[in-house]
Design a protein around this ligand. Sequence first.
Ligand SMILES: [Zn+2]
Length: 342
Amino acid sequence: MQIPSIVKSAVYTTAHVTGLSRALALRYRGCGIIFALHSIVADDAFHPDHTLRCPVGTLEWVLRRLRRQNLDIVTLDEVTERLNAPAPKPFAAFTFDDGFADNLTLALPVMEKYAAPFTVYVPTGMIARDIDAWWFGVAAWIRRHDRIELPGLGHFVCADAAGKQRTFSAIEAAIHQNFDLLPALREAITAAGIEIAPLVDREALTENQLRTLARHPLVTIGGHTTTHLNLARAPAATAKMEMAGNRKFLQDVTGQPVWHNAYPFGHAGACGAREADISRAVGFRTAVTTRPGAIFPQHRDHLHALPRICVTRDENASTLHCKLNGLSRAINSRLGDPVARM
Ligand SMILES: [Zn+2]
């Protein structure tokens, strides 16, 4: 079940002020953290797909805070180097999924200001404009209507801003839980007169923008499959082709080797041990999931199953404190093993 962000925020605040987060940190903090983001947007922009959007002011606030704490912000290459050291020095790494053009126009200037390196994971389909980005379709559908109906999921009231964001979260969570709902969702989006390709075209990096990003000394380009499919549901040969083909595409466009990979969706239903093996076999040095957790020295043996922590639009001192202390993993594992793997 998806925990509403307001509940999560309350849990984080309570954990912060009571000192619980600090106590849990002894076990769950790890030696580093890899942050996961998608699109960076203007502070006053409204987006139904809020789970994929971080206001530029929030990104800047997080960077300022980490710099004030003297936490090293490092590349993924440096993450692997640190993990091979006997006592890894603490670090944070930043990653952005899906190849949004705003990673160049809005995120890069802020990352430059704080001299913070970052990785952008790019699916081929975003650049080629043929990605099945159903999430863009869902957002456009919700934006245009006060009430929508989805076979198998019932109806959603989305008359105001909060309702639109709630509806997006609910549909996104439902699909992530059951990808069998996708054909009906695609049909409903098409029936509502919404075309995905123009939405992708408006938001995605162009090939030239991708090259510009790739040339920047702070930027690493990483793989994110060809079509952004749920790898775990695909035959092994398809999963391999998706990762290898995307890697080759990015290397051809940028003229640089691509060593790092991110699994689309990244949760337990979308990638597992098989995907980690394939990712390694096609030549990636690391691969990240969206399983929440800190990075521990033990991850040197699980470089293709690195957990990440999402930066959300309403990040504050308490949520960041708790995330740095590994609270997400403590909750997610029900106080189990601190080291998130596949
Ligand atoms: Zn993605």
